[in-house]
Design a protein around this ligand. Structure first.
Ligand SMILES: Cc1cc2nc3c(=O)[nH]c(=O)nc-3n(C[C@H](O)[C@H](O)[C@H](O)COP(=O)(O)O)c2cc1C
Ligand code: SF4
Length: 351
């Protein structure tokens, strides 16, 4: 049997991953709403994912400070009380015999957070404009959260700079109208992301794997083009970022077979600008043939979210000959009770 490159190990910094499949961050919608601590059901969810043999599991986004919480039942990494529960998840993943690694995704919701703080005033939404002190607090918030992630035993961290949350709000010229050092030119709009990356790098050291998830463009909103994201990606690569996951707006699209891999074009363009830095591509991957083609063409790693909600053991099944994930991208899982799970009826799914 010829084993495809997707099933070969890879390295992100010094972290060895057993294959090229990544579980893209997927919010669990299940933390205690009062304090952001995790509940027992998280352990079952991550145990199932760990047993499935995915190379790198990226946990659902964690708010780095209370004001950055983006939605109800989001888990936090905003104070030391959060570390105990998160540590249980990392230990469980590491104790599973499938060679899994797990990353913490760090986020601040910006205008979609409880604080509604963002770069600038908005036409269609009441927001609070961030002061210089707010920005300094956010940088410190990410930096302190990264240290908690290391203490909790994560193998890597991912800075969330996609999907319209705070860091992507600063990148977008549609949202960021500041005329100080944090707005205006692309260099200035990218300054918050770059500063946070550098602060975390000096906190965690050169050998700790640091990833970023970023929109390849904010299409259809016209605030951040693929030319701009390619430039930002090249700056991150120059500064020693370990891997970049490319996503986009309207990230959970309803796909038909012919639209598999809906961020392929932006990912392909960005890959030309980042040298050897590994690129992780997400967005509607469902069939092994397409996944292998993307890996053969340009993507170092392929990530998925919804297919692993339905089938946490999908990598094993692919290895055993399954050709296509069952997930039909209906997004009913957003309405799951207790914790994220597939809500599609068996009769609606693929074979
Ligand atoms: C229920 C759900 C929760 C999600 N939560 C996050 C998240 O916490 N952080 C993130 O970066 N993306 C999140 N996403 C987006 C996914 O990571 C992924 O980018 C998107 O679903 C496209 O991949 P897919 O077609 O494989 O699902 C979420 C998606 C779903 C369906
Ligand atoms: S509910 Fe729909 S989108 Fe979610 S995992 Fe199930 S099939 Fe996929």
């Amino acid at each position: 049997m010829v084993v495809h490159l997707m099933f070969n190990p890879g390295y992100i910094n010094r972290l060895k991953l057993s294959n090229r499949f990544v579980r893209s961050a997927t919010a669990e919608f299940a933390a205690n709403n009062t304090d952001g601590t995790i509940i027992n059901e998280y352990l079952e969810l991550y145990s199932n994912l760990a047993q499935g043999g995915i190379g790198l599991i990226i946990q659902g986004h964690l708010y780095v400070m209370d004001e950055g919480k983006a939605h109800d039942k989001m888990a936090g990494i905003a104070n030391d009380n959060h570390i105990t529960g998160l540590k249980e998840i990392t230990q469980l993943v590491h104790n599973t015999q499938t060679g899994n690694a797990i990353a913490a995704q760090l986020n601040h919701g910006g205008l979609y957070s409880v604080s509604t703080k963002t770069a600038s005033l908005q036409k269609d939404k009441e927001v609070k404009v961030m002061t210089e002190e707010d920005i300094e607090n956010v940088i410190r918030g990410f930096q302190e959260a990264s240290l908690r992630a290391k203490k909790a035993g994560y193998d890597a961290i991912q800075i969330h700079s996609a999907h319209g949350y705070l860091l992507s709000q600063f990148l977008s010229k549609k949202i960021n109208h500041r005329n100080d050092g944090w707005g205006g030119s692309l260099e200035n709009r990218a300054q918050l992301l770059l500063t946070i990356y550098q602060e975390i790098r000096s906190t965690l050291g050169s050998s700790f794997p640091i990833l970023v998830k970023m929109n390849g463009s904010d299409d259809p909103f016209e605030g951040y083009s693929v030319e701009e994201s390619s430039k930002v990606a090249s700056w991150l690569a120059e500064k020693g970022l370990d891997a970049l996951e490319i996503s986009g707006m309207k990230s959970t699209r309803s796909i038909k077979t012919e639209e598999e891999g809906y961020f392929e074009a932006t990912g392909r363009k960005i890959k030309q600008n980042i040298g050897d830095m590994p690129l992780i591509l997400v967005g509607g991957h469902r069939s092994l043939v397409k996944i292998q083609q993307l890996r053969d063409d340009f993507a170092d790693y392929i990530s998925m979210s919804r297919p692993f909600i339905r089938e946490p053991d999908l990598v094993k099944k692919f290895k055993e000959g399954k050709e296509r994930a069952d997930c039909i991208s209906c997004n009913k899982c957003f309405k799951a009770p207790v914790i994220i799970q597939c809500m599609a009826k068996k009769s609606e799914l693929g074979d």
